[in-house]
Design a protein around this ligand. Structure first.
Ligand code: ZN
Length: 293
């Protein structure tokens, strides 16, 4: 391994910086959009893969300075604009990049549930294990429904690097919003990732996650732990609405986030309903009686 390669591999741990490409590996750069917030962490990460025939993964929000940074550094070499999903912090810059470069738009569209980016259209859809070949890196699509039904992760095998969009984030829990989001599918998609070879996760928000398999197992355990708490609290409270149940189930979460947590609680309840552990009547949820099972 020569000195330059060693240097390149240490860059994978680079801190977030805005309006500037950060090289993670010789074939992957990151530009973070300056849209930090409670749901976006330090901002949305846009990844640039390849050197001459380039794919942009998750162009991010339509912020002029951010889009200009991507165009100024990589513009005429961009051949694909790809999205992990169509939430408004990930895909709205896609149409502008395509208009400016003539690149091909790639990603899966879904019906607008009020949370999607309506400007994402006319894209080439992705199937599991589809590949896109840049000049230096092959990008493999892994369908990961859960956070939303159209979510896709991207594996760069040469770098053992998985781009996870909002399927995994650094330092915060992913919100699951039904009906486009599904807790059951989310957990299943996490389990499926364990079968692939990678050593690093490049999330949609935050810096690169090392030892990602351990993190995936922690995430699965965290969700199943929360699910047990839902059952416990329903056991003691009896029939309850989501708004009454949220502060009980998320008593360890800052109340300012309870509105978002209530969406994930709904997703947990739908999973438990599908598995016949709970039932819902007129907006009230309760454990299912034994004789009903
Ligand atoms: Zn996001």
């Amino acid at each position: 391994m020569d000195d330059e390669t060693i240097k390149d591999m240490t860059d994978i741990n680079s801190e977030i910086s805005y309006l500037k490409p950060v090289q993670l590996t010789p074939g992957v750069h990151r530009i973070t959009a300056n849209n930090s917030g409670p749901m976006t962490g330090p901002g949305t990460n846009c990844y640039i893969v390849g050197t001459q025939k380039i794919a942009v993964i998750d162009p991010g929000p339509l912020l002029d300075e951010h889009v200009n940074c991507v165009l100024d550094n990589f513009g005429e070499r961009i051949e694909w604009v790809i999205v992990t999903h169509t939430h408004r912090d990930h895909s709205p810059a896609a149409a502008e990049l395509v208009a400016q470069t003539g690149a091909k738009m790639v990603g899966n569209e879904i019906a607008n549930d009020g949370f999607q980016d309506p400007t994402f259209e006319n894209a080439t859809p992705l199937l599991n294990d589809d590949t896109i070949e840049t000049d230096t890196r092959v990008i493999r699509a892994i369908l990961t429904p859960g956070h939303v039904s159209n979510h896709v992760c991207f594996l760069i095998e040469e770098d053992e690097l998985l781009m996870t969009g909002d399927h995994m984030m650094e330092g915060s829990t992913v919100v699951i919003v039904p009906p486009a989001g599904s807790m059951k599918k989310y957990i299943h998609s996490l389990e499926r990732l364990l079968a692939y070879d990678f050593k690093y996760v490049a999330p949609g928000h935050g810096t690169v996650i090392v030892e990602p398999k351990r993190e995936i197992e922690r995430l699965i355990a965290h969700r199943l732990g929360r699910e047990s708490k839902v059952i416990d609290k329903l056991g003691t409270s009896g029939s309850s609405t989501i708004s009454k149940l949220t502060p009980l189930v998320y008593d360890d979460v800052d109340p300012s986030l309870h509105e978002w947590a209530s969406l994930s609680l709904h997703a947990h309840l739908i999973k438990l309903q599908e598995e016949k552990f709970v039932q819902e009547r007129n907006g009230c949820w309760q454990l299912r009686e034994k004789e009903d099972i």
